[in-house]
Design a protein around this ligand. Structure first.
Ligand SMILES: Nc1ncnc2c1ncn2[C@@H]1O[C@H](COP(=O)(O)OP(=O)(O)OP(=O)(O)O)[C@@H](O)[C@H]1O
Length: 257
């Protein structure tokens, strides 16, 4: 069976540290995969390797069977892999609209001269982008959509996270990578955010999502499959219930054995 994405024996080294050690995993179209593991187990490194932000020392990253190993981040992005970051990369002084629309940079004409000369085309592009961003914000709430031109710094934590997700979604990815999206949220906000992810999923049934999370309730609710890393190696792969029942996972990660 062909997979949307596959990692084959992917290794990453930082000097003497083996951050990923022959990691192999498959992601099918339209699935949500949870990636869990202790701090420093290589989860973010995997996202960085996949999005071209760090070099691999071996192995292959395949998107639809095409080797994307070593591609520059913008080329991975234009092939339909987008992401959020553990630490926010939003620009607080810009508007919500600006922060989201920058995710469509591949389709924006940023040439001032051509935009001045072709005002009709420019205005149509602005209208189209406005409608697209507004519709995305409305996925989360009409209230957020109504704040499209507010400065980002006026939004609370959960709405900022939603903006990061919208920025990753605006390019209509095939594979969305979410790196600890609930970090810094209260339990109530985390609960709301779970509903958000499920909404995103039902609006984009063919898109696949890999989500790194320490919040186990969130994983239980949204992830169809969980993969557990430890010291850069895959140590478990299965449904949430199967993975958390694994004695190794209980002892090493959940501390409940
Ligand atoms: N750029 C880098 N240079 C050197 N070492 C790095 C670099 N990036 C990550 N590491 C190391 O690689 C290992 C894996 O880090 P990584 O951030 O992928 O872990 P993680 O599972 O995402 O952890 P966390 O849950 O804390 O975010 C860690 O030991 C980390 O210190």
């Amino acid at each position: 069976m062909s997979h949307l994405f596959s990692a084959r024996d992917v290794s990453v080294r930082f000097g003497g540290l083996q951050a990923l050690d022959k990691l192999s995993l498959d992601v099918d179209e339209g699935t949500i995969i949870g990636l869990i593991g202790p701090n420093g187990s290589g989860k973010t490194t995997f996202f960085n390797a996949l999005t071209g932000l760090c070099q691999t020392a071996g192995g292959q990253l395949l998107l639809d069977g095409t080797d994307i190993t070593g591609l520059e981040p913008r080329h991975v992005y234009s092939r339909g892999v987008t992401r959020t970051f553990q630490r926010s990369r939003l620009c607080l002084s810009l508007s919500v609209f600006d922060n989201v629309v920058i995710g469509r940079q591949n389709s924006l004409d940023l040439n001032i001269v051509s935009n001045l000369l072709q005002r009709g085309r420019f205005n149509a592009a602005v209208r189209e982008n406005h409608e697209r961003v507004r519709a995305l914000l409305a996925t989360f709430s009409e209230m957020l959509a109504g704040r499209i031109f507010d400065p980002l710094h006026s939004l609370n934590m959960i709405d900022r996270r939603r903006i990061e997700v919208c920025r990753a979604l605006v390019a209509e990815p095939r594979l969305l990578l979410l790196d600890e999206p609930s970090a810094g949220m209260t339990p109530d906000e985390t609960h709301e955010f779970m509903d958000d992810i499920l909404k995103v999923r039902s609006n984009n049934p063919r898109m696949s999502i890999i989500i790194i999370e320490h919040e186990m309730d969130l994983m239980r609710r949204v992830a169809e499959r969980c993969i557990v890393l430890n010291y850069g190696r895959k140590v478990a792969d299965g449904t949430f219930d199967a993975v958390v029942a694994d004695p190794w996972v209980q002892e090493a990660y959940l501390g409940t054995s």
